[in-house]
Design a protein around this ligand. Sequence first.
Ligand SMILES: [Zn+2]
Length: 326
Amino acid sequence: MTELTRRGALAATAAATLSPLAGTIPAKAAAPLSGQQAPGFYRFKVGSYECTVLLDGVRPVKLDNSPIRNANLDEVKSVLTASHLPTDQLRFYFHPMVVNTGAKLVLIDSGNGPGSRQTGTGRLPDNLTAAGIDPKTIDVVIISHFHGDHISGLRTADGALAFANAEIMVPAKEWAFWSDEGAASRAPQGQQATFQNTKRIFGPIADKISKYEWGKELVPGITARDTNGHTPGHTSFLIASGSGSVMYQADVTAGYAPLQFHNPSWLVGGDMDGNQAVETRRKLYDQLAADKMMVSGYHIPFPSLGYIEKAGTGYRFIPASWNPVL
Ligand SMILES: [Zn+2]
């Protein structure tokens, strides 16, 4: 057996250089580097439904402070090290999803919007195009909650509706909270941007928005599930067709999702009701682990699809393997 060593590799290169064929193939040493990653979308089937995970972008954030409210930077870095991830920055992923039920084309969540492009996000329109999906053909947009990274993509740079022909469905509880002027006046500084953004996105179309209740089937095969805690109306979606199913968990783990898989009691800035967020997380993940149900999440690294297992006092995410069969 040949030993793979640097010396062996150098010897092989030298032998190739001396080969009688050397000089007959044009040299390509000056080929430019691409500098571009592949488009960000991934398809999979759930029964007869075709689902497409779409990357809205990846935002790198320098890790100067702990992104976890109740853990220090060293604790966070030790989890990253154990996961073979860089410890000088976090990469935040954002994933809306399109579900083609055969009768309806449904978009779940809408990305960071055009105002965020310089931070590496707002790429949903590009990846819809790459996936061959025309925004005008979207029939329904279902929103999980009102944080800006989930609703700002509903409007284009000139303020028009990005999905001009779509019915927009939002959680009734989320609507009640973020459109309450009294709640806005009492809210801490950190929530003010969400109140203002809610007004900007939904204000002019308030009477056209459909408000849904938990437990209801919003579109055949897509059912709203109460996963509040991250926000008062935070919702996940069970997508089911035939014997297939996947849970779109939105932000049950938020921010850099793998940190909260590892330690479910860790809280990110956006987890509004910390105790409820942790209770929701454990309840959902215990069920997904027991049922061996596939899960996709807004902030789970691309292509945001896999399974959850119990591990120690927390959970482990097992990515689904890339499947060429649809
Ligand atoms: Zn989010």
